[in-house]
Design a protein around this ligand. Structure first.
Ligand code: SF4
Length: 314
């Protein structure tokens, strides 16, 4: 049995949700938070992947966000723009706070599969740093909007899992493991004691045992509105489904200016693309001595005044 932190956490939230996702392998739906998190992880991975200790510039980092941006799951271009601008300002703050002690990490985006006897623990470590004093630190990026309560962080399984993985893969015992809350510009570090590791292993063993026994009861919880499988779930059959609230990042006046500049940039880019396509088509018509040419969407032709025109077939 393979278990990742996300799978364990899904089982703890609702065994039936785990069953749909990890046993039946039903796909999960794209969402703004998923796409946003993937985009920022992607940029930070790129940022630290430099071959020499000369970091990229802030402008290059922002350009990389445009390239790595995942557009899926947003309900409107406005919502996507707000997320994009928030991603950009988050990376700018990250850059200013971290560039002074930039160093190439000891490991990046390292996937693992550790045989625990009762299951194989899988996951990906975002980053492993080696500090000048020789100590190691595991960093996991988070894009939560709020800090979880301290009690939940103390019981969290993800960091003990990473500690177990680091000890197994690199034979090092990291001095601390850190959640880096990017949107809050806040690091929350823990020292994982042997006692916490043992507690985590017992919890994982308990979850693995229940999965092995086929216990997949639905457990209603306050995340049901965001569950990808609510339409299949017997708990909500013939009952009014709870509505998920969508809260995009708030738009402040600085962001409104940024959005204006960004939209203008996008329109300018599209206009120059239109001119370049017109040149290509005009040249083709001239070279082949024809007046019209069709695509699957429309027809382009030389109009009465000698200008290139086009018609949409719809
Ligand atoms: S809707 Fe709620 S109860 Fe049903 S599977 Fe999803 S999380 Fe579980």
């Amino acid at each position: 049995m393979k278990l990742s932190y996300s799978a364990i956490s899904s089982y703890q939230t609702c065994p039936l949700q785990y069953y749909y996702r990890y046993v039946e392998k039903k796909p999960s739906l794209p969402s703004p938070s998923l796409s946003f998190g993937t985009s920022l992880h992607e940029v930070l991975n790129w940022f630290y992947s430099v071959p020499t200790p000369d970091p990229y510039s802030l402008d290059e980092m922002v350009d990389q966000l445009e390239k790595a941006w995942v557009s899926e799951g947003y309900c409107s271009p406005e919502e996507e723009t707000r997320y994009f601008l928030q991603g950009r300002s988050t990376l700018e703050i990250y850059y200013r706070n971290n560039i002074h002690d930039f160093h190439i990490p000891a490991a990046l985006e390292h996937g693992f599969g550790i045989d625990m006897g009762f299951c194989t623990l899988t996951g990906v470590i975002d980053r492993l740093d080696k500090h000048p004093d020789g100590g190691f630190e595991i960093i996991d990026y988070k894009t939560n909007r709020r800090l979880p309560p301290a009690r939940r962080l103390d019981e969290d399984l993800q960091l003990p899992i990473y500690q177990i993985a680091a000890e197994d893969i690199w034979k090092v015992s990291p001095e601390k493991v850190t959640f880096y809350y990017l949107l809050l510009n806040h690091r929350h570090s823990f020292k994982i004691t042997d006692e916490r590791k043992s507690r985590a292993i017992e919890t994982i063993k308990g979850v693995a045992g229940k999965i092995e026994s086929g216990l997949f009861d639905a457990t209603r919880n306050n995340l049901c509105p965001w569950c990808d499988y609510i339409d299949l779930c017997p708990e909500w059959k013939d009952k009014p489904k709870p509505q998920k609230s969508r809260t995009s990042p708030a738009l402040d006046i600085g962001q409104a200016v940024d959005e204006l500049v960004l939209c203008h940039k996008l329109v300018t880019r599209q206009l120059s693309r239109i001119e370049s396509l017109k040149d290509t088509i005009r040249q083709y018509l001239g070279e082949h001595d024809i007046e019209r040419i069709g695509g699957s969407e429309g027809i382009a032709y030389i109009g009465d005044g000698g200008e290139l025109s086009w018609e949409d077939l719809e």
